[in-house]
Design a protein around this ligand. Sequence first.
Ligand code: 2AM
Ligand code: CA
Length: 284
Amino acid sequence: MNDQNDIPTIGGKSFTPVAINCAAKAGEWIKTKLGSHTSLSLKYSAQDLVTEVDKGAEMMIRNLVQTHFPHHSFLGEEGVQPGPEASDRALQSVKDAEYLWVVDPIDGTTNFVHGFPFFSVSIALAHKGEVIVGVVYDPMRDELFVAEKGKGAYVRGRRMEASGEQTLRDSLLATGFPADPNYALPMNMKGLQALVPQVRNIRSSGSAALHMAYVAAGRLSGFWEYGLNSWDLAAGSLLVTESGGRVTDSKGNPYNLGVRNVAASNGHIHDAFVDELMKAEGSS
Ligand code: 2AM
Ligand code: CA
């Protein structure tokens, strides 16, 4: 990765450099707009925000991808109607595409709007439903997290390894509080109540993709959240698995693009982590 002569290619195509270029360009532009977005709209709920910067960044990424790979499919958050049903329909219509780019132009829009410096650009490429490239870029720290299927995951040119904690007691976890007050939020609260007393501590910083990247980098032992979309998780899922961690749904089933309730970890704590989530889900 850090060798100029060893530009990563898959099947002879330079997918990864295009993903990196898109994330870096969009991220730099987003950073210049921090504190100066002019339009703020609500999507599905008062917690579901979008600005002209989200839309502009997605268009920038879509145009770049289409220039390089005009026959590839593209699923971006801002091209889909708000709400879980529309997200599921959009994913169903493209998930079997030979090549599918899954893009969240700003993951952590609430943070972007409030000037809280924790948001990211998330870009994944899936081949027949399996993620083969994942890039998450944090423009505020200028940190680019990159993974390629079977080739490892890297940050700042260094190979990432998930953390070594063996028990929940030694673990630093993260979660996010979903907007959906009927199902996802109560479920998250049950998990939170079960896990807080058992772990070292819990963080909630507002970007699922960046939380996943932090699990990959060994900065968090695990992350869970309910009610997410494919574009929040696709790139991060490959970062975690290529760093030696595990990604499943909250019941321990293998990750796929349709997973909305996610549990990601360093692998060592995974069974205990999912066990607690399942017990909490079952409790009344
Ligand atoms: P976003 O900023 O791209 O919307 C924070 O808990 C995480 O949840 C972020 O990754 C955020 O992504 C996502 N999120 C925010 N509102 C959401 C909604 N209404 N449905 C699903 N995910 C949401
Ligand atoms: Ca977003």
